[in-house]
Design a binder for this molecule. Structure first.
Ligand code: HEM
Length: 446
């Protein structure tokens, strides 16, 4: 920064940054979000740090995050760099794009998700069916200990498969397993999924083209192809092959690990707190019995709903959200956030803020219950972030959490060999997620 710029800009305050490495040496590698909380004790809720040479503004606490993402939504709409995704998708697709491309793909994706949410065979029904397949598979373990991680990933990915391809796959289908392998590789920063996606996708897309009825799209790909066809004479259209492949990859990446890890964490919590598990089962038995869970049941299951919210709050799966970005100079709270600054809405600080939660560091479903045990909302519940760039799959994810978990509790009681005390609820932080530790569980049929 030149002296002139320094005067022109009033940057948010922050700790002194070393040349080249910036504030990196001051960050706790196992839980960098905790270091940001610490900085904010000294510098307040809007702070500047340098991750290497990259200037980053961190927003801490509900007030700052909400004021930025919701009240100044248009300023904070940009997406920051996600290098591994950039390599995987060459800058195409919903999750990492900005400007007109993002606007078009976002609107299209939300509309399409909504349409399939209400269609003949809507997402709700797909999820119900998948939860039955999951139940049947869990039964085969016959109350012997097993690690549910992979199975849960398969079930949750299948929901995205239904949305995108209009079909689910058998849990042992080779095509399905290799698709998931690619997704896992992308997440682990390995190989070159863009190339691999190019090997699988053209065939799937070609099949869709050949069998599609333009008056009744079966899935996301059909809807996208119909739109491409409509815009085929518009040279600047965003509805082309690259954006289709990349957006589909985004849906898998964003929608699989997040949701399946949350379900897995919920199971660990049920084992840790058997009385909570029992109370949910009692509520479910009383209100819906053995009938297939539906979203409309949620309002009559306030305790279950509160527990699921609390699972998400307590896990805090994406403590940094995904990075936002200043696409232009932004004025905020008397500061200037200069163009090209990465912006981190610290969801961690919102989900664990002392001011807004009675016992932020304890698992406590009462956070979402009023004194009459009715469900109570809390605006600081922001695991999906907020504003115009918030999670595009929020309603789908919430439907999955509810239906999968209720169905599992209707059918099984969860425990583990060593008893509740052996469950470690501290997630492991890796790259940008708080991932629950995997452990073997026992699912005893009820
Ligand atoms: C983005 C959370 C499930 C699709 C995000 C973001 C968060 C998030 C925090 C970043 C928002 C921001 O930049 O401010 C979660 C959690 C989930 C979940 C906690 C499950 C428990 C899903 C599912 C889908 C999905 C099931 C698939 C339909 C997306 C997409 C984006 C996104 C496409 C990028 C949106 C954009 O850049 O405009 N999610 N998500 N997510 N999520 Fe989710």
């Amino acid at each position: 920064f030149s002296v002139k710029n320094r005067r022109k800009y009033r940057l948010p305050p922050g700790p002194y940054a070393l040349p080249l490495v910036g504030n990196l040496p001051q960050l706790d590698k196992n839980a960098p979000f905790k270091s940001f909380l610490k900085f904010s004790e000294t510098y307040g809720p809007v702070i500047t740090v340098y991750l290497g040479w990259q200037r980053v503004v961190v927003l801490v606490g509900y007030d700052a995050v909400k004021e930025a993402l919701v009240d100044h939504a248009d300023d904070f709409i940009g997406r920051g760099p996600l290098p591994f995704l950039m390599r995987a998708t060459n800058g195409y697709g919903l999750g990492i794009s900005n400007g007109e491309r993002w606007r078009q793909l976002r609107r299209f994706t939300l509309t399409t998700l909504r349409d399939f949410g209400m269609g003949r065979k809507g997402m709700e029904q797909w999820i119900q069916e998948e939860s039955q397949h999951l139940r049947d598979r869990v039964k085969t373990f016959k109350a012997k200990p097993f690690d549910p991680s992979f199975l849960l990933s398969l079930s949750v990915s299948n929901v995205i498969c239904c949305l995108v391809f209009g079909q689910r796959f058998k849990y042992e289908d080779e095509k399905f397993l290799s698709l998931l392998q690619i997704i896992t590789n992308t997440l682990r920063f390995a190989s070159s999924p863009w190339g691999q996606m190019y090997n699988i996708f053209p065939r799937i897309i070609q099949e869709h083209k050949e069998t599609m009825d333009p008056s009744s799209p079966r899935d996301f790909i059909d809807s996208f192809l119909i739109r491409s066809n409509k815009e085929k004479d518009i040279p600047s259209t965003e509805f082309h092959h690259e954006n289709l492949v990349s957006t589909v990859l985004n849906l898998f990446l964003a929608g699989t690990e997040t949701t399946s890890s949350t379900i897995r964490y919920a199971l660990s919590l049920f084992i840790k707190y058997p009385d909570i598990q029992e109370k949910m089962q009692h509520e479910i038995d009383t209100v819906i019995g053995q009938s297939c869970p539906r979203m409309e049941n949620r309002k009559s299951l306030p305790f279950t709903d509160a527990v699921i919210h609390e699972v998400q709050r307590f896990l805090d799966i994406v403590p940094f959200s995904l990075p936002h970005y200043a696409l232009h100079d932004i004025s905020f709270r008397g500061y200037t956030i200069p163009k090209d600054t990465v912006i981190i809405p610290l969801l961690h600080s919102v989900l664990k803020e002392e001011k807004h939660w009675e016992t932020p560091w304890t698992f406590n479903p009462k956070h979402f219950l009023d004194h009459n045990d009715n469900f109570k909302k809390n605006p600081s519940f922001m695991p999906f972030s907020a504003g115009k760039r918030a999670c595009a799959g929020e309603s789908l994810a919430r439907m999955e959490l509810f239906i999968f978990l209720v169905s599992l509790l209707q059918n099984f009681t969860f425990s583990c060999t060593g008893g509740p005390d052996t469950i470690n609820l501290n997630p492991e932080f890796s790259s940008f997620g708080n991932l629950p530790r995997s452990s073997e569980i026992i699912a005893t049929p009820r």
